[in-house]
Design a protein around this ligand. Structure first.
Ligand SMILES: NC(=O)c1ccc[n+]([C@@H]2O[C@H](COP(=O)([O-])OP(=O)(O)OC[C@H]3O[C@@H](n4cnc5c(N)ncnc54)[C@H](OP(=O)(O)O)[C@@H]3O)[C@@H](O)[C@H]2O)c1
Length: 256
């Protein structure tokens, strides 16, 4: 088990995008740790996820499932003012929010395929939702060490872009990185022990990557459980002095 300095046996952790894929694997990994008291599992359909229901049977009240659409500010307000009422501090928040080919987003091969609808859908979930989540959770991140990490993607790196394509996804993740970096500066003024990280989880076998797995070289398609452990390693290895930076699953920095 990797050491995560901001956690302790009473720690509250919130995963947004928890009902499947990497978010579900993070919930599973965190519930198995003895330095996590409470896991808040947030997704649009957290309440009907069979996998989260199985975890709830096993871990009882340590897991709280919350339906919330993070693209909707009213829904985020309710999350903080009603659902999380009584929780005064989140030690760790991980946003796994992201779409590539779902909910109107399109992985464009060229400019001819680019549409306003795809750009808007990608930005709504990949960019706007995670930063609005951070905005609404701010009051719960002002005390003690706390980390807000969002899953970005290496393809959001401008310096690393040699292949082109995937306009909406790339741009939405690049914009997410800028928003996270900007927020890291503000959060540091409010809480010197805060950390904001952008993390690339590696290509992982989930619904998001499924149509594109044919091109992945042998050994480079990860199980969600493996990615979750690597993400927690990256979180544990990076504290306030690294706030506002971008890391890959293997602990290597990624250029903006
Ligand atoms: N998989 C990869 O190869 C890969 C590679 C690089 C980066 N990433 C990034 O890693 C993250 C996780 O990806 P994944 O592969 O685990 O995706 P996934 O399997 O499609 O899961 C996405 C999760 O987000 C939730 N979600 C989607 N929209 C939401 C919203 N508006 N409000 C609340 N929850 C919402 C979904 O649950 P509901 O539908 O129940 O709401 C689901 O739990 C994404 O940011 C992705 O860009 C993935």
């Amino acid at each position: 088990m990797s050491l995560i300095p901001e956690l302790n046996s009473d720690a509250h952790v919130l995963i947004c995008g928890a009902s499947r894929g990497i978010g579900l694997a993070l919930c599973t990994a965190l519930l198995a740790r003895d330095d996590v008291g409470q896991v808040w599992a947030v997704a649009r359909k957290a309440g009907t996820s069979a996998e989260l229901a199985t975890l709830a049977q096993r871990y009882g009240p340590r897991l709280r499932r919350v339906d919330c659409d993070a693209r909707d500010e009213q829904s985020l307000e309710t999350l903080v003012s009603e659902t999380l009422e009584g929780c005064d501090h989140l030690n760790l928040v991980i946003s796994t929010l992201g779409i590539l080919h779902q909910d109107g987003a399109k992985p464009e091969k060229g400019l001819a395929q680019l549409t306003l609808a795809s750009l808007q859908a990608s930005f709504a979930t990949n960019t706007f939702a995670p930063i609005l989540l951070l905005k609404h959770l701010m009051p719960l991140l002002r005390k003690e060490p706390s980390t807000f990490a969002a899953l970005s993607a290496r393809v959001g790196s401008i310096g690393d872009n040699r292949l082109g394509g995937w306009y909406s996804y790339r741009a939405s993740k690049a914009a997410l990185n800028q928003l996270l970096h900007t927020a890291s500066i503000e959060l540091k003024r409010l809480n010197r022990a805060s950390t904001v990280l952008a993390i690339h989880p590696g290509t992982t076998d989930t619904e998001l990557s499924r149509p594109f797995q044919g091109n992945v070289p042998d050994g480079q398609l990860f199980e969600p459980g493996f990615s979750a452990e690597r993400i927690l390693e990256v979180v544990g290895a990076h504290g306030p002095s690294d706030s506002g930076t971008f890391w890959a699953w293997d602990g290597q920095p990624i250029v903006w």
